[in-house]
Ligand binder design. Structure first.
Ligand code: MG
Length: 249
């Protein structure tokens, strides 16, 4: 069942999502050659304490950290570590959520470390752009898979591939609510979108093929062919006037 949110509830989610966007932006600016992913996680933990919010991922299915930090061929769910130092040329996915006043917010971005290759920059731009293509489909009367269709159609046209194993999701008083929001799809299929739905849209786009492997840590998903992967995410409310990005920076 998809839980629709009232305007009052969306207002609460706006507040949670603004906090997510703020801390994510701070983490992005902190990400530079020489810092470890463990230090970035520690920073996020400190900011959650200061802003009196609960990090949404820590302990979720036993995930051990506040932030998922996924470097280069890591797609999502990378575990931060004080042994993992970011280097010039890396691309780093930061995926972060909070619980504020009982409501969840969830967002992700991929940032370049120092000077990155032209290929990496183009992949990141295409992934970010595909997120906005998907968001623009979040309108009353459209169908759920219109979102995935828009994402897939755009990135495959550029020669990239879309990860299938992981999808976006409804969000509200729980991190993952119905429906699942695939990043691939057929136009006009899936349930009809309604005002009051709040969805986390999160394309994961690979430079090579779409296949995924999970490392022995049980979390980190990497591209099977070790090609680069990028990930961007926003929490989006469907309103009578169209999509509203709640995790806007
Ligand atoms: Mg998410």
């Amino acid at each position: 069942m998809i839980i629709l949110k009232s305007e009052h509830e969306i207002e609460k989610m706006r507040a949670a999502c603004r906090t997510v966007a703020l801390i994510l932006d701070e983490m992005a600016r902190l990400s530079a050659p020489g810092i470890t992913t463990g230090e970035i996680n520690k920073f996020a933990e400190k900011r959650c304490k200061e802003l009196k919010v609960v990090p949404a991922f820590k302990g979720y299915n036993s995930f051990p950290a506040c932030v998922c930090i996924s470097v280069n061929d890591e797609i999502i769910h990378g575990i931060p570590s004080h042994k993992r130092t970011l280097c010039n040329g890396d691309i780093v996915g930061l995926d972060f959520g909070v619980i504020q006043d009982g409501w969840y917010g969830d967002a992700a971005c991929t940032v370049g470390i120092g000077t990155i290759s032209e290929g990496a920059r183009k992949l990141m731009e295409a992934t970010n752009e595909s997120l906005y293509k998907g968001i623009s489909e979040c309108r009353e009367g459209n169908h759920l898979l219109d979102i995935g269709y828009a994402i897939q159609n755009y990135v495959e046209g550029l020669g990239y591939s879309v990860v299938r194993e992981f999808v976006g999701h409804g969000i509200g008083r729980a991190l993952h609510e119905e429906p699942q929001v695939p990043n691939v799809g057929v136009k006009g299929k899936g349930q009809k979108l309604k005002a009051g739905m709040v969805l986390a849209i999160e394309p994961m786009i690979n430079a090579g093929n779409h296949k995924v492997k999970v490392l022995d840590d049980g979390w980190t998903a990497v591209t099977e062919d070790h090609s680069l992967s990028a990930h961007f995410e926003h929490t989006v409310a469907i309103t009578p006037d169209g999509p509203e990005i709640l995790t806007v920076r």
